[in-house]
Design a protein around this ligand. Structure first.
Ligand SMILES: [Zn+2]
Length: 362
Protein backbone atom coordinates (compact mmCIF):
# COMPACT_ATOMS: atom_id res chain seq x y z
CA UNK A 1 0.00 0.00 0.00
CA UNK A 2 2.81 2.38 0.85
CA UNK A 3 4.54 1.69 -2.45
CA UNK A 4 1.28 2.78 -4.14
CA UNK A 5 1.45 6.12 -2.32
CA UNK A 6 5.08 6.50 -3.33
CA UNK A 7 4.56 5.69 -7.01
CA UNK A 8 1.27 7.52 -7.42
CA UNK A 9 2.61 10.96 -8.47
CA UNK A 10 4.53 9.38 -11.36
CA UNK A 11 1.74 7.24 -12.79
CA UNK A 12 0.61 8.14 -16.30
CA UNK A 13 -3.02 8.22 -15.13
CA UNK A 14 -2.21 11.50 -13.35
CA UNK A 15 -3.00 13.20 -16.65
CA UNK A 16 -6.64 12.56 -15.69
CA UNK A 17 -7.61 15.56 -13.58
CA UNK A 18 -10.79 17.38 -12.62
CA UNK A 19 -14.30 16.26 -11.79
CA UNK A 20 -15.61 16.36 -15.37
CA UNK A 21 -14.35 13.00 -16.59
CA UNK A 22 -15.63 12.08 -20.04
CA UNK A 23 -15.05 9.25 -22.48
CA UNK A 24 -12.52 11.10 -24.71
CA UNK A 25 -10.39 11.82 -21.63
CA UNK A 26 -10.01 8.16 -20.69
CA UNK A 27 -9.94 6.90 -24.27
CA UNK A 28 -6.31 7.98 -24.77
CA UNK A 29 -5.20 5.65 -21.95
CA UNK A 30 -7.05 2.54 -23.08
CA UNK A 31 -4.36 1.41 -25.54
CA UNK A 32 -1.89 1.01 -22.66
CA UNK A 33 -3.91 -2.06 -21.60
CA UNK A 34 -5.55 -5.11 -23.06
CA UNK A 35 -8.75 -3.25 -23.91
CA UNK A 36 -11.98 -4.56 -25.39
CA UNK A 37 -15.33 -2.99 -26.16
CA UNK A 38 -18.02 -4.90 -24.24
CA UNK A 39 -21.03 -2.77 -25.10
CA UNK A 40 -22.31 0.62 -26.16
CA UNK A 41 -24.22 3.29 -24.28
CA UNK A 42 -27.75 4.40 -25.18
CA UNK A 43 -26.20 7.10 -27.39
CA UNK A 44 -23.66 4.72 -28.89
CA UNK A 45 -20.49 5.55 -26.97
CA UNK A 46 -18.20 2.56 -26.37
CA UNK A 47 -18.18 0.78 -23.03
CA UNK A 48 -14.68 -0.62 -22.65
CA UNK A 49 -13.22 -3.23 -20.41
CA UNK A 50 -9.55 -3.51 -19.48
CA UNK A 51 -7.94 -6.80 -18.49
CA UNK A 52 -4.81 -7.01 -16.37
CA UNK A 53 -3.05 -10.13 -15.11
CA UNK A 54 -3.52 -13.84 -15.69
CA UNK A 55 -3.71 -15.11 -12.09
CA UNK A 56 -6.35 -17.43 -10.67
CA UNK A 57 -8.35 -14.92 -8.57
CA UNK A 58 -10.82 -13.03 -10.74
CA UNK A 59 -11.91 -9.51 -9.74
CA UNK A 60 -14.47 -7.45 -11.65
CA UNK A 61 -14.57 -3.68 -11.07
CA UNK A 62 -16.67 -0.98 -12.63
CA UNK A 63 -16.71 2.78 -12.15
CA UNK A 64 -18.83 5.75 -13.17
CA UNK A 65 -22.11 3.86 -13.53
CA UNK A 66 -23.28 7.22 -12.19
CA UNK A 67 -21.94 9.67 -14.78
CA UNK A 68 -21.12 12.49 -12.37
CA UNK A 69 -19.08 10.26 -10.03
CA UNK A 70 -15.60 10.35 -11.50
CA UNK A 71 -13.17 10.13 -8.56
CA UNK A 72 -13.02 6.34 -8.64
CA UNK A 73 -12.53 6.36 -12.43
CA UNK A 74 -9.33 8.35 -12.03
CA UNK A 75 -8.42 6.30 -8.95
CA UNK A 76 -8.95 2.92 -10.59
CA UNK A 77 -6.78 3.97 -13.53
CA UNK A 78 -4.08 4.86 -10.98
CA UNK A 79 -4.39 1.34 -9.57
CA UNK A 80 -4.21 -0.22 -13.04
CA UNK A 81 -0.98 1.59 -13.93
CA UNK A 82 0.43 0.78 -10.50
CA UNK A 83 -0.35 -2.94 -10.85
CA UNK A 84 1.03 -3.04 -14.39
CA UNK A 85 4.34 -1.74 -12.96
CA UNK A 86 4.30 -4.16 -9.99
CA UNK A 87 3.89 -7.69 -11.39
CA UNK A 88 4.42 -9.44 -8.05
CA UNK A 89 1.37 -7.74 -6.56
CA UNK A 90 -0.64 -8.48 -9.67
CA UNK A 91 0.42 -12.14 -9.97
CA UNK A 92 -2.48 -13.75 -8.03
CA UNK A 93 -5.12 -11.87 -10.05
CA UNK A 94 -6.97 -11.51 -13.30
CA UNK A 95 -8.63 -8.12 -13.09
CA UNK A 96 -11.30 -6.81 -15.43
CA UNK A 97 -12.22 -3.15 -15.11
CA UNK A 98 -14.91 -1.09 -16.79
CA UNK A 99 -13.58 2.40 -16.03
CA UNK A 100 -16.69 4.16 -17.36
CA UNK A 101 -19.96 2.24 -17.48
CA UNK A 102 -22.11 5.31 -18.19
CA UNK A 103 -20.27 7.47 -20.75
CA UNK A 104 -23.46 9.37 -21.73
CA UNK A 105 -24.08 10.36 -18.10
CA UNK A 106 -20.42 11.30 -17.84
CA UNK A 107 -20.72 13.64 -20.86
CA UNK A 108 -23.90 15.23 -19.50
CA UNK A 109 -22.56 15.20 -15.91
CA UNK A 110 -25.65 13.39 -14.66
CA UNK A 111 -26.13 10.46 -12.33
CA UNK A 112 -28.48 8.75 -14.79
CA UNK A 113 -27.87 7.51 -18.33
CA UNK A 114 -29.17 9.12 -21.54
CA UNK A 115 -32.61 7.53 -20.96
CA UNK A 116 -32.74 9.08 -17.47
CA UNK A 117 -32.40 5.68 -15.81
CA UNK A 118 -30.33 5.17 -12.67
CA UNK A 119 -28.24 2.14 -13.70
CA UNK A 120 -27.87 1.18 -10.07
CA UNK A 121 -31.63 0.63 -9.82
CA UNK A 122 -31.81 -1.46 -12.99
CA UNK A 123 -30.37 -4.77 -11.80
CA UNK A 124 -33.65 -6.68 -12.04
CA UNK A 125 -35.14 -5.17 -15.19
CA UNK A 126 -31.84 -4.71 -17.04
CA UNK A 127 -33.68 -2.31 -19.30
CA UNK A 128 -30.57 -0.35 -20.32
CA UNK A 129 -27.69 -1.32 -22.65
CA UNK A 130 -25.13 -0.28 -20.00
CA UNK A 131 -26.68 -2.58 -17.39
CA UNK A 132 -26.83 -5.44 -19.86
CA UNK A 133 -23.15 -4.96 -20.77
CA UNK A 134 -22.20 -5.24 -17.09
CA UNK A 135 -24.31 -8.35 -16.48
CA UNK A 136 -23.02 -10.03 -19.64
CA UNK A 137 -19.48 -9.42 -18.48
CA UNK A 138 -20.36 -10.75 -15.02
CA UNK A 139 -21.78 -13.93 -16.58
CA UNK A 140 -18.84 -14.58 -18.91
CA UNK A 141 -16.05 -13.62 -16.49
CA UNK A 142 -17.63 -15.27 -13.42
CA UNK A 143 -15.66 -13.12 -10.96
CA UNK A 144 -14.63 -14.24 -7.50
CA UNK A 145 -15.04 -10.66 -6.24
CA UNK A 146 -16.79 -7.51 -7.44
CA UNK A 147 -15.84 -3.90 -6.64
CA UNK A 148 -18.61 -1.36 -7.32
CA UNK A 149 -17.02 2.10 -7.46
CA UNK A 150 -18.79 5.40 -6.72
CA UNK A 151 -18.67 8.94 -5.34
CA UNK A 152 -20.94 10.08 -2.51
CA UNK A 153 -22.38 13.54 -1.97
CA UNK A 154 -20.78 16.08 0.34
CA UNK A 155 -23.41 15.64 3.06
CA UNK A 156 -21.92 12.54 4.66
CA UNK A 157 -20.04 12.66 7.91
CA UNK A 158 -18.84 10.11 10.37
CA UNK A 159 -18.68 10.87 14.10
CA UNK A 160 -18.54 14.64 13.41
CA UNK A 161 -15.72 14.25 10.89
CA UNK A 162 -16.04 14.49 7.13
CA UNK A 163 -16.40 11.05 5.59
CA UNK A 164 -13.61 10.81 3.02
CA UNK A 165 -14.41 7.19 2.11
CA UNK A 166 -17.24 4.85 2.92
CA UNK A 167 -17.76 1.17 2.22
CA UNK A 168 -20.52 -1.36 2.21
CA UNK A 169 -20.85 -5.07 2.01
CA UNK A 170 -24.37 -4.96 0.57
CA UNK A 171 -27.12 -7.14 1.96
CA UNK A 172 -28.02 -10.24 -0.03
CA UNK A 173 -31.60 -10.47 1.26
CA UNK A 174 -34.16 -8.40 3.17
CA UNK A 175 -33.20 -10.07 6.43
CA UNK A 176 -29.59 -8.88 5.91
CA UNK A 177 -28.25 -12.39 6.54
CA UNK A 178 -24.51 -12.72 6.84
CA UNK A 179 -24.03 -14.99 3.84
CA UNK A 180 -20.61 -16.42 3.05
CA UNK A 181 -20.14 -13.86 0.26
CA UNK A 182 -21.24 -11.00 2.46
CA UNK A 183 -18.93 -12.07 5.24
CA UNK A 184 -15.97 -12.19 2.85
CA UNK A 185 -16.73 -8.68 1.57
CA UNK A 186 -17.04 -7.52 5.18
CA UNK A 187 -13.67 -9.11 5.90
CA UNK A 188 -12.01 -7.18 3.08
CA UNK A 189 -13.60 -3.90 4.19
CA UNK A 190 -12.55 -4.58 7.77
CA UNK A 191 -8.97 -5.01 6.55
CA UNK A 192 -9.10 -1.86 4.37
CA UNK A 193 -10.39 0.12 7.34
CA UNK A 194 -7.58 -1.08 9.60
CA UNK A 195 -5.07 0.15 6.99
CA UNK A 196 -6.86 3.46 6.44
CA UNK A 197 -7.21 4.26 10.13
CA UNK A 198 -3.42 4.40 10.38
CA UNK A 199 -3.50 7.21 7.81
CA UNK A 200 -6.90 8.88 8.20
CA UNK A 201 -8.32 8.57 11.67
CA UNK A 202 -12.11 8.63 11.97
CA UNK A 203 -12.90 9.63 8.41
CA UNK A 204 -14.06 6.24 7.17
CA UNK A 205 -17.69 5.18 7.31
CA UNK A 206 -19.99 2.27 6.64
CA UNK A 207 -22.91 2.80 4.30
CA UNK A 208 -26.50 1.92 5.09
CA UNK A 209 -27.17 -1.77 4.31
CA UNK A 210 -30.88 -1.77 3.54
CA UNK A 211 -31.43 -4.47 0.92
CA UNK A 212 -32.47 -3.34 -2.54
CA UNK A 213 -32.51 -6.07 -5.21
CA UNK A 214 -32.49 -3.39 -7.92
CA UNK A 215 -29.00 -2.32 -6.85
CA UNK A 216 -26.27 -4.11 -8.78
CA UNK A 217 -24.12 -4.75 -5.69
CA UNK A 218 -27.00 -6.33 -3.74
CA UNK A 219 -27.81 -8.44 -6.78
CA UNK A 220 -24.27 -9.81 -7.25
CA UNK A 221 -23.95 -10.38 -3.51
CA UNK A 222 -27.22 -12.37 -3.63
CA UNK A 223 -25.76 -14.44 -6.49
CA UNK A 224 -22.96 -15.41 -4.10
CA UNK A 225 -20.12 -13.16 -5.34
CA UNK A 226 -18.50 -11.15 -2.53
CA UNK A 227 -19.18 -7.55 -3.58
CA UNK A 228 -17.82 -4.32 -2.13
CA UNK A 229 -19.22 -0.85 -2.57
CA UNK A 230 -16.60 1.93 -2.47
CA UNK A 231 -17.84 5.52 -2.05
CA UNK A 232 -15.42 8.43 -2.50
CA UNK A 233 -16.40 11.36 -0.30
CA UNK A 234 -15.73 14.98 0.48
CA UNK A 235 -13.23 16.31 2.99
CA UNK A 236 -12.60 20.01 3.58
CA UNK A 237 -12.18 22.17 0.49
CA UNK A 238 -10.91 19.34 -1.71
CA UNK A 239 -13.66 19.70 -4.33
CA UNK A 240 -11.34 18.19 -6.92
CA UNK A 241 -11.25 15.17 -4.54
CA UNK A 242 -7.52 14.77 -5.12
CA UNK A 243 -6.83 13.43 -1.61
CA UNK A 244 -9.90 11.21 -1.82
CA UNK A 245 -8.63 9.75 -5.09
CA UNK A 246 -5.34 8.87 -3.42
CA UNK A 247 -7.00 7.12 -0.45
CA UNK A 248 -9.44 5.38 -2.75
CA UNK A 249 -6.56 3.87 -4.76
CA UNK A 250 -4.84 2.92 -1.53
CA UNK A 251 -8.05 1.13 -0.47
CA UNK A 252 -8.28 -0.90 -3.67
CA UNK A 253 -4.64 -1.96 -3.31
CA UNK A 254 -5.36 -2.85 0.34
CA UNK A 255 -8.36 -4.93 -0.76
CA UNK A 256 -6.21 -6.88 -3.24
CA UNK A 257 -3.55 -7.37 -0.58
CA UNK A 258 -6.21 -8.72 1.79
CA UNK A 259 -7.49 -11.20 -0.79
CA UNK A 260 -4.04 -12.33 -1.92
CA UNK A 261 -2.83 -12.90 1.64
CA UNK A 262 -6.08 -14.24 3.04
CA UNK A 263 -6.17 -11.72 5.88
CA UNK A 264 -9.91 -11.08 6.04
CA UNK A 265 -11.12 -9.17 9.12
CA UNK A 266 -14.92 -9.52 9.25
CA UNK A 267 -15.24 -8.53 12.90
CA UNK A 268 -13.43 -5.24 12.17
CA UNK A 269 -16.28 -4.36 9.79
CA UNK A 270 -18.74 -3.88 12.62
CA UNK A 271 -16.41 -1.42 14.30
CA UNK A 272 -16.70 1.01 11.37
CA UNK A 273 -19.26 3.69 12.28
CA UNK A 274 -22.25 4.20 9.99
CA UNK A 275 -22.26 7.34 7.86
CA UNK A 276 -24.60 10.16 8.86
CA UNK A 277 -26.14 12.91 6.77
CA UNK A 278 -24.59 15.50 9.04
CA UNK A 279 -22.64 17.84 6.74
CA UNK A 280 -23.34 20.84 4.57
CA UNK A 281 -20.78 22.53 2.35
CA UNK A 282 -20.64 25.86 4.19
CA UNK A 283 -22.04 27.22 7.45
CA UNK A 284 -22.18 30.98 7.88
CA UNK A 285 -22.63 32.01 11.50
CA UNK A 286 -23.72 35.34 13.04
CA UNK A 287 -25.85 36.48 10.14
CA UNK A 288 -27.98 39.48 11.24
CA UNK A 289 -31.70 38.73 11.29
CA UNK A 290 -33.77 41.61 12.77
CA UNK A 291 -32.61 41.97 16.37
CA UNK A 292 -30.78 38.64 16.55
CA UNK A 293 -28.32 36.51 14.62
CA UNK A 294 -28.83 33.20 12.86
CA UNK A 295 -26.81 30.72 10.82
CA UNK A 296 -27.08 29.91 7.12
CA UNK A 297 -26.28 26.50 5.67
CA UNK A 298 -25.07 26.44 2.08
CA UNK A 299 -25.10 23.45 -0.22
CA UNK A 300 -23.36 23.41 -3.59
CA UNK A 301 -25.29 22.60 -6.72
CA UNK A 302 -23.01 21.09 -9.34
CA UNK A 303 -23.70 22.41 -12.82
CA UNK A 304 -22.04 21.74 -16.15
CA UNK A 305 -21.38 24.91 -18.16
CA UNK A 306 -19.30 24.68 -21.36
CA UNK A 307 -17.08 21.86 -20.21
CA UNK A 308 -16.62 23.19 -16.69
CA UNK A 309 -18.32 22.10 -13.47
CA UNK A 310 -19.48 25.00 -11.34
CA UNK A 311 -20.11 24.37 -7.65
CA UNK A 312 -22.80 26.97 -7.16
CA UNK A 313 -23.73 27.95 -3.60
CA UNK A 314 -27.43 27.66 -2.76
CA UNK A 315 -29.28 28.16 0.52
CA UNK A 316 -29.88 24.83 2.27
CA UNK A 317 -31.45 26.05 5.54
CA UNK A 318 -31.29 28.85 8.08
CA UNK A 319 -31.81 29.28 11.80
CA UNK A 320 -30.09 27.64 14.73
CA UNK A 321 -27.99 25.06 12.88
CA UNK A 322 -25.80 23.92 15.74
CA UNK A 323 -26.52 20.27 14.91
CA UNK A 324 -24.88 20.57 11.48
CA UNK A 325 -21.24 20.24 10.51
CA UNK A 326 -19.68 21.93 7.50
CA UNK A 327 -16.69 21.53 5.22
CA UNK A 328 -16.12 25.29 5.69
CA UNK A 329 -17.30 27.60 8.48
CA UNK A 330 -17.48 31.37 8.21
CA UNK A 331 -18.04 33.84 11.06
CA UNK A 332 -19.71 36.83 9.45
CA UNK A 333 -18.60 39.12 12.33
CA UNK A 334 -15.10 38.89 10.85
CA UNK A 335 -16.36 40.40 7.60
CA UNK A 336 -17.14 43.97 8.71
CA UNK A 337 -17.45 45.27 5.20
CA UNK A 338 -20.36 42.97 4.37
CA UNK A 339 -23.71 44.66 4.57
CA UNK A 340 -26.36 41.97 4.60
CA UNK A 341 -29.96 43.10 4.78
CA UNK A 342 -32.35 40.41 3.58
CA UNK A 343 -32.75 36.75 2.71
CA UNK A 344 -34.02 37.48 -0.79
CA UNK A 345 -32.34 35.47 -3.56
CA UNK A 346 -30.46 38.49 -4.92
CA UNK A 347 -29.10 39.45 -1.51
CA UNK A 348 -28.01 35.87 -0.82
CA UNK A 349 -26.30 35.65 -4.20
CA UNK A 350 -24.45 38.87 -3.45
CA UNK A 351 -23.39 37.56 -0.04
CA UNK A 352 -22.12 34.26 -1.50
CA UNK A 353 -20.22 36.23 -4.13
CA UNK A 354 -18.61 38.51 -1.57
CA UNK A 355 -17.57 35.46 0.44
CA UNK A 356 -16.14 33.94 -2.75
CA UNK A 357 -17.91 30.61 -2.24
CA UNK A 358 -18.13 29.33 -5.82
CA UNK A 359 -15.75 26.54 -6.88
CA UNK A 360 -14.90 25.35 -10.37
CA UNK A 361 -13.54 22.12 -11.77
CA UNK A 362 -12.86 20.93 -15.30
ZN1 LIG B 1 -23.10 6.31 -7.29
Amino acid sequence: MNSFLKQLPDLKSQILQGRYMTYPKIERLLSDFDSKQVGASAKGLPINMLTLGTGPIKVLMWSQMHGNESTSTKGIMDVMYFLAANPTLLAPFTIQVIPMLNPDGAAAYTRVNANAVDLNRDAQQQSQPETRALFELYDTFQPDYCFNLHDQRTLFGVDDNPCILSFLSPAADAGKSITKAREQAMGIIGYINEQLQQQLSNQVGRYDDTYNPNCVGDCFQAKGTPTLLFECGQSGQDYGRIATRKWFGFSVVAALHCIANNVFMPTAYDRIPEVEKSYVDVLIHHVPDHESQISLAVQYEEKLNSGRITFEPTLHSKGDLSQLNAHKTIDLRKHNSIDFGSFEDAALKKLFKMLDLTHYSY
